[in-house]
Unconditional design. Structure first.
Length: 153
């Protein structure tokens, strides 16, 4: 009986032990508001913007640049997220947008991959998606986002 109990305890210890090197994932979400400017060059729309956001990770500033192919509505870009404590993310991203049919408002969805991160995020792999509405007349935009960081320990 002692051998059975000892074997069971060893099996449960192995089954519930966290393996060394396991990934630790941090989920986050929030919102961003900003103003952007756009310039048409040939069949491209060059967009630059900046604003502020709040997330489950803290408050931050957000700046970005996108090159949008007007015929397809797809774009690629870069962004910088800088938190109040100085931690920062640099991203590359892809986006697709379309007009909503309400004035000059467009719906844009972006996928950002964090290429470099500093501070508490250093060495982590991260990504997030942004879903936003932009008023192409005023340049005002508001967005919600969610994502995750993974740290290998």
């Amino acid at each position: 009986m002692k051998q059975f109990i000892l074997a069971t305890v060893m099996l449960l210890t192995v089954a519930f032990a966290r393996p060394a090197g396991a990934d630790v994932t941090t989920l986050f979400s929030g919102y961003i508001v900003w103003t952007e400017t756009a310039q048409v060059v040939d069949d491209k729309l060059l967009i630059d913007g900046s604003g502020d956001g709040n997330s489950t990770l803290g408050t931050f500033t957000y700046t970005f640049h996108f090159d949008v192919n007007l015929p397809s509505g797809t774009g690629k870009g870069t962004a910088q997220v800088t938190f109040a404590n100085g931690d920062a993310w640099s991203t590359t991203s892809r986006a697709i947008g379309e007009f909503t049919g309400i004035g000059g408002v467009a719906q844009v969805n972006e996928i950002h991959l964090v290429k470099t991160a500093t501070g508490q995020f250093a060495g982590q792999i991260g990504e997030f998606t942004i879903s936003r509405l932009v008023d192409n007349v005023t340049g005002n935009s508001r967005a919600s986002f969610h994502g995750e960081f993974t740290k290998v320990e």
